[in-house]
Every structure is written in C-alpha cells, then in structure tokens.
Design a protein around this ligand. Sequence first.
Ligand SMILES: [Zn+2]
Length: 391
Amino acid sequence: MRINGKRLYNHIKTLGGIGYEPELGTTRMAYSETFHEGRDYVKHLMEQAGMQTMIDGVGNLTGRIGGKSKQIISIGSHIDTVPNGGMFDGALGVLAGIEAIQTLRENGYQNHYSMEVIAFTEEEGNVIGGTFGSKAFAGVDQEEDVMRKISFYGMDSRSIQSSKRSSEDYKCYLELHIEQGGVLEANQIPIGVVEGIFGIARYKVTVCGKSNHAGSTPMNLREDALVKASQMILRMIDICKEVNSSMTCTVGKLSVEPGVVNVIPGMVEFCVELRCLDMGDIQKAVDKFMDEFCSDRVSIERFLWQRETEMDAQLKNLLGLCCQEQKIPYIEMPSGAGHDSINMALFTPTAMLFIPSVDGISHSILEKSEPEDMERGTNLLLEMILKLEKL
Ligand SMILES: [Zn+2]
C-alpha cells in the first residue's frame, strides 16, 4: 500500500496558499481569519477521507474513524503558523495523517484500532502561549497568563477543561514533521527518528563594572562590564561543548548600561539559553560556569527550567524497523525545537519522525521540503500505522 504523493503535495500547497502573501510567506496565526479558513479546508479534507470531525473548546480539530477497538492511534501536528512562516511546519504532520488514512480506506482496509488525525491550534505561541492547543488536549498545566489572554478570543477555563481527553482512550501519538534544521540534509539522510526533545533552561546574568570616561580612564584602570561579559559568554560556550557536544548555548539578548558611545559600560545584563536532551548536563555546565564566575560583581538567576521529552522506546524501535524494512537510511536525532509531542508524550506513548528541510530553514517564506521526502515520510507513517495495528 502506498500513499498518493501528488495529492499530498497539492493539499500542502493549497493549505500553504491560505494566508500566503508574495515575498512574505504564509501567516495563519491561531484564531485569525486565515487560521479559520485553513482549518475549514483541513476539516473538508478529513471528511473527504471518510472521517467524522469535531472542534473542541480551544479550537483543536479532530478527524476520526472508528475501529473494532475503541483505543485510538492518533496522528497529528499543528496548522497555525508564525507570522510570515512557511507552508510545511506543522501542516505536513496533519495532512500526512489524513493522506495515510485516506490511503487505508481507498484500499478497503478494515482498521482494528480507531484512528484520529489531530490538527492542533496555537502551537507556535504567538497569540496565547506555545503549544496551547495540545496542552489543553493532554491536560498539561497552562502558562500563567493564559486565562487573561484567552478571554480576548471568547474562551474561558471551561473551554480548556472541556478540551481535555482521557489518556486511557489512546494507544499512541505519531507526529511527522520537517526537521527545521540542517542535520539530515548535511548528512544526506532522508529520515530522522526523534530520540527526544531538548529540555530548555534560561538564565539572566548581571555583570557589574564601573562606568567612567572613555578617554581619561586608561585601559589598565578600567572595570568594563561588557569586556567581562564577552569573556564569560565565550567561556560559557566552551563549557557547554566540553560537557555535552549536542548541547546548544545561545545568548540572544544583551543590554549595556548606560549604552553611551563614550562611556565605559557600567553594567551588562544578558540571557543565556541552554538546550539539551539531558537536564543533568545543563546543570553541570551551569555549576561549572558559576564556580568560575559567580562573585559579588556577577549574579546568575534562572527563570526557566523545562524538562526534556523522551520519546517512547518501543515506538522508536518500530520506526527504525519500518525504515530498515523499506531500506530507507535513517538516524536517531534529538529535536532542538519544541513540538506538540512534548505534551502528547505526557499523555500517551509518542514518537516523531523528521524529514529534511532544504538549507535547514524554517519559520520563513524560504522554508521548503522536497515532495519526494514528504512522500517517503508519509509512506513510513502509513507503514508504522500498519505495524501498530498488529500490536
Ligand atoms: Zn511545528
């Protein structure tokens, strides 16, 4: 049994055209007019594939076909985008799920398990909060200010509560996604089996120096906060590499006081973000950094600690087996980006598959994945469903 790659690609292009503006990209932010238009289109595709559809209290769309067993094999991703985003991020996982189920039905396949394709809302977090839709679905705690924000969109706490499903009904969750990075392409490997999703820790670092005249203070009598901060940042990157070569370390925000061209910086504040599959290694790197730099002139304060997500070991093995049987080269790799799978993994056994992103670009009009890679990934998803049916 093989999926129809041409049809899948047409669906991707049609959905990607909703909210598309030339030279900018696709903008389909959750709860916007274009989002609703896109969701209507996906709902129509689900119904065409023979699924019953429903939209929950927060706006997640589910398409469902019943089976002999009430237990559900679920497949999904999100259909919202960032502003000026691409047409593949999220959309692929949803449309691939619909394509796989349509293929089963066209082949007269009698499914044992019930099946659901879920199109989550507000994964991107530009409107209410990251992965808001799948958090509600899986009953995961929401971010603090969510209640205030959802009231703008006519929702309240009951909308969230009523969207929560019961995990006993689910057998598993599968998500096919574009890699959004360049590892697969660089290694010329068509499939990534996701071993886990990076945990994230964020710290605010404050470095004190002494503001003074930029001309009359000789170099040996200065305490320049920016010079200190620069040395610290470079050292932090080295420490991360030493502790775990797959850890990422980013300083994306930095402010200099007083921020004047002819004054020696008196204070610098910057944020460090560390991502890794092993939170223990993040802690090790931070401890080492603190040992070397913490003083009464430097303070380090943690403001986010989001644990890593483990993918289900059995599902990962099955995905690997599917690749071997189909003679498709694959690697196991971590996901550096967050996904709805983070919440679904807390709810039901979860696995993810990546296909290559051209030039490793995502969240941009330049985001692209090749039609043959999407077709290959969707065929694997179908094989995986057929394997799970026998378990
Ligand atoms: Zn995504």
